[in-house]
Design a protein around this ligand. Sequence first.
Ligand code: NOJ
Length: 907
Amino acid sequence: MRRAIALGVGLALLGLLLPGSLAFKENEFKKCAQTSFCSRNRNVQQGANFEIVPASVTLNTATLTATLMNKQASKHLQLTLTAHADGFVRLLIDELPSVGRYQVPSDILVSGWETRKAAIKEESRSANGVVLVTGDTKLELNYAPFTLAVSVKGVPALQLNSRNLFNFEHRRPKQDSDPAGYWEETWMGHTDTKPKGPEAMSLDLVFPGFSHVYGIPERATSLSLKATNGNAPYGEPYRLYNLDVFEYLDDHPFGLYGSIPVMLAHKKGLTVGVYWNNAAEMFVDVVKGRDVGTQWIAESGVVDLFVFTGATGPAVLASYAKVAGTTALPQLFSLGYHQCRWNYKDEADVKAVDGGFDAHEIPYDVLWLDIEHTNGKRYLTWDSSLFPNPVAMQEDVASRGRKMVTIVDPHVKRDSSYYIFSEAESAGHYVKNKHGSDFDGWCWPGQSSYLDVTSPVVRNWWAQQFTTDKYQGSTKHLYIWNDMNEPSVFNGPEITMHKDNLHYGNVEHRDNHNLFGVYYHMGTADGLKLRGSQVDPENGDRPFVLSRAFFSGTQRVGPIWTGDNAAQWSHLKVSVPMLLTLGLTGLPYSGADVGGFFGNPDAELMTRWYQLGIYYPFFRGHAHLETQRREPWLFGPDVTARIRAAIRGRYALLPHIYTLFRAANTTGQPILRPLWFEFPEQEDLYAEEEEFMVGSSMLVKPVTAPSTFTVDVTFPQGSRWYDATTGAPVPPKTKTQRVEVNLNGIPVYYRGGSVVPRRERPRRSTAAQLADPYTLVVAADDKGEAEGQLYVDDGRSFAFQRGLYLHRDFKFSGNKLTSTKHVEPGVPDGTLTVPTTIERVVFLGLPAAKKGYKAVISDGVSGAKHTVALEAGPLSMAAAPDSTQALVLRKPDLPVSHDWTVEIVQV
Ligand code: NOJ
């Protein structure tokens, strides 16, 4: 067992010992050429073997069915093409007759969409094909060879099998002449027996006339995906196979801890998206020329392809959200700052760190405990010498409005005196090896078994372990971190589970590997929901569980982080395209470890990372066991002051961020957005991956290199921009402008046309902000107009689902700012009122309006009017008091909950 632990720790530490050792990592993980199903399909043109049997083509309102024949093998497949009312078509291809190939269980997606179908009209039919129309989408199905072309509003969107790379390996009996790799494959001493033989599929998807595709996380690479094939920057396809990749490299195609088989393609006038609902190992090649060609090869399962035809980025994401669900609305505390390290050693350490934040007047919300807090890595227990009074410790932290998080990993120490192990063992809750006995692998605790969370029964049992009576030493202030849930198995092939392991329903791990993480995450979150329903039977408590592994649907469960990055500038930089990609694939609640997990950041890197990190939807500082301590006040007073200012900036922005999360929750929109998403017509922005938007109203340009005194900022055209520190308008010169920077901050701008709600009083945590009044920043566009929203609820329970929330629309037009109720179709009306007021309104960009104006305020309920002076002043309370770039309305006492109008008139 010692050896096992040593091996595990050794693996995790290797990154420290061998910084940037590319060779080592590459050897540990499989490439396409070393993987039978990938190498036998990559670039292999067998698509012409597939033909539709014309007589089989049947159209039935919203669904076309046909038999697809593999001429060469004389095998038949069933093809089903269905148009759905939520803006997509779904293509299913499976063997005929069915041989029971694996399909992703329905609980990975949401329900409802299956029955909301859209009619398909047959436009024409010939001996060699049929042309169908549904809404704005045209589907041209060619019989021989089998191809499908999709266009939207007459613009070519997608072609299937136009490069002749489609393939579907049917099940077959074993033959002596079968090539190596069909029935068995060995990698680094691990033999994968393949009882079902070869069953891969290849999808050939061309995006005609596009130059940019995005998505298929997770990897540390560019936002606009680089080519992988032929004469390409990457000679290796992108891989989707959840793995524990210790100290990953940036700028690399290999897949990390999570997978979402979603890709978006964007060109002027059209955005299209695809989702292959398949949880097996997958490789995706990207070829760039006049079009973007992609080849997707999956090891097993069926073809279950969704094509989102909504035509714009927001519409594609809204449609995907109808299928995979939206981001669960997080608790407000979880959007504050999280302080983590491997490990906060004991109760005294916790107290000191918690006190350090107050002593240095830096807000934070959550203190985290990594694996060393447990009794020998037996999760849900405590090391009683280090944490003798965990309840008192949590209550103490909670007395200042804060929370704690403990880590709970999916490997269970094989120790019959450990209650979790023995209960799960006797109930038969573990994943089985190929022989049918409990799988025994190595992880942090040594010999471990793994809960078979793909079973609803096991998830239900797991959820029950989180009530405060079951999880001894826990309180309602404690939330959970799920790590290592790819799953990580230190002595397994590629540090994960064997593909011939067996799950609930006799499913091979090969088929559902990429689901393990989301199911574990789901079971844990269900546990916190259950606990919440006991603590507050009426309203419950929204779970907060951070996960490392993920799949489609994870957004409904909780946030993820990008795993073990490094304290290097390149990792700070790549965090932006990584998080933007997650937002574009429906998983916006994500963050990267601020400071970098491995290694020791210097003061400058630390500063710049906080200045960027405050915009991460999930904002946590974390560090490896062997690193030097790096709480925000350990780098000297100047650095502390800068980090304090940055973190306070995050807290000031929380009303805006929380409002964006509401939109993510209702319509699947990302929090951080690439510039092309907001400015889809500006082609020079399609590959921009350093700058990003926070919602649609703020532009951020991180500083990603040391000793930087100037940066080039690209200001998308068609909008005015205002410096978010001073309020100064950006002179409308060139699109890209060189901007001076100092260590105090990074360039951030308000977009003209936006109203951004803020809370500017420095507080120790989100709980302490609850009664604080708001500031509205009104940044006028060229027409002197602006709009924005504010969403408010109790920040913690499910009461918002019953309408206990407040959602306001702010509109500024014709010198009038109004607040009205926000109404959203399909969402219950908000009925909450709060006593909070708006204490400042700051107008940016009003024409020479600094003097001689006043504001007439009309109460929308009583109709009463009163007048308040308008004066030139600073943009924010934290800005220099002599700054006069803004027109400030002080103490207007505008009620947040009611209608009102502020009219600017000349004195
Ligand atoms: C790996 C995780 O990625 C890291 O964040 C954590 O600190 C270690 N496991 C120890 O639990």
